[in-house]
Design a protein around this ligand. Sequence first.
Ligand code: 13P
Ligand code: SF4
Length: 381
Amino acid sequence: MPVLDQQPRKLNKAMLRLQAPLPDSYVDASADDLAARISAAKATLGDRVFILGHHYQRDEVMAWADARGDSFGLSRLAADRHDAEFIVFCGVHFMAESADILTGSNQKVILPDLNAGCSMADMADIESVEEAWEAIGDVTDIGTVVPITYMNSSAALKAFVGRQGGAVCTSTNAKAVVEWALQQHGDATKLLFFPDQHLGRNTAYALGFTEADLAVWNPRLELGGLDEATVKSSRFLLWKGHCSVHQRFNVGHVEAFRAEHPDGIVIAHPECSREVCSIADAVGSTDFIIKAVRAAPEGSVIAIGTEIHLVQRLARETPGRTVVSLDPLICPCSTMFRVDAPHLCWVLESLVRGEVVNQITVDNETARWAKVALERMLSIT
Ligand code: 13P
Ligand code: SF4
């Protein structure tokens, strides 16, 4: 199969976020000094600022969050907070973009470290998706293809999906969104699902599909590395993207945990592989995981297949249950980890000085269509 592009891909805009180094007064500050300064800046800004913390954030950041949540929940919280002039989004870039799309024009969304991206979201760029769309259209009726993008994607991809009649989904509502998509053109419907093949596959299986209905689209190969007949017959074309954090969990981890704790409970995020999700006791988003741990019977031992900061926080904050990582080796999200107390302190103190740094903005045209795709999701779920 010919490889389209042996050279490193052109860096797209999403990959060119560059965070300038912080002044020494932040880098060299002690934890106590930073905490005192963050507290003072937050008090000075009062209701003008609203700090959001994704569940994967470090404790030194979460301590200052006015609200915690999963990727979509936080965007909605931002949208509901009309009075806050500044939304400081302690999470990653695609989340801050979604917040900017959903908030009013009077509000500014700030990402404390511009290099806090998402490697999975960067695996599908708009140029590759448009190329794929054209290539699929060359061999099949594109009018029957519904594009679905996971929340973990750039605003440009959400806008593409909005324009092409598709919808966004999150790990919580993927099943409902995919069910909706499958109804759009009856049995002829085909889904192009990006960027996470695992969420796509796990959702397809949850709806009764099997491997025979799925094909993985490799954007680096001609026609996704597939033959024409496969593109025509597959119901799901799954983008070859993954989360490097969740892909680490494997069947061996589940078996080792169950050998040690025969009554233990395994909960996995749907970005984990099909093999892991198929043998887990429960599968769901970060919010789902938190609720499932709290609902587990007293005395339960629970292994979680997701990012370590959430697992460790749950272990500390859930009395009467033992919570461990499914992978005994630490498994952090390196981009989430970029947001730390020095960066949070820097953006807040800049706001106090009247300087807005690291604002995340989505241009009006992209935001308009991305909002169509987001609102379609909301109307489905
Ligand atoms: P949630 O939508 O469950 O918060 O997940 C976001 C994410 O990046 C998981 O890796
Ligand atoms: Fe992206 Fe994975 Fe990090 Fe989530 S855990 S933000 S999917 S790299």
